[in-house]
Design a protein around this ligand. Structure first.
Ligand code: SF4
Length: 124
């Protein structure tokens, strides 16, 4: 089992989660944070600190976000290879009390944008 970051994280990336993770298995991209499924130890520490309830154990992931298990498994290793392991809350991330991002529209199209962003980053 592993924990999964789902759609509510898109465009929010509060990053409070990364500070409580005992194994530092969060990897950050342009608009999202992914959990590496081979590194997560299922401790549940990140779930209560996410202001937008974006993190779930894989067996409790809402069906509408089931594909996010694949996105975490796909993106975390890629961002890991780019050195984007995140272990401290980013200064540019919103404070946990600022929930204005939660109302922003977000969709599967944003995931495709992340792929392009990653490709751009690795381009010579
Ligand atoms: Fe890290 Fe625990 Fe959350 Fe897994 S469940 S990502 S180990 S804080």
């Amino acid at each position: 089992m592993a924990y999964i970051v789902a759609e509510p994280c898109v465009g929010c990336t509060f990053t409070d989660c990364v500070e409580v993770c005992p194994v530092d298995c969060f990897y950050v991209g342009p608009n999202f944070i992914a959990i590496h499924p081979d590194e997560c130890i299922d401790c549940n520490a990140c779930v209560p600190v996410c202001p937008v309830d974006a993190i779930y154990p894989d067996d409790e992931l809402p069906a509408k976000w089931a594909h996010y298990a694949e996105w975490n498994a796909y993106l975390a290793p890629r961002w890991q290879a780019l050195g984007h392991n995140l272990v401290e809350k980013r200064p540019e991330s919103p404070p946990a009390t600022d929930l204005s991002c939660a109302d922003r529209p977000r969709s599967e199209a944003d995931i495709l944008t992340w792929e392009e962003d990653v490709s751009d980053e690795t381009a010579p």
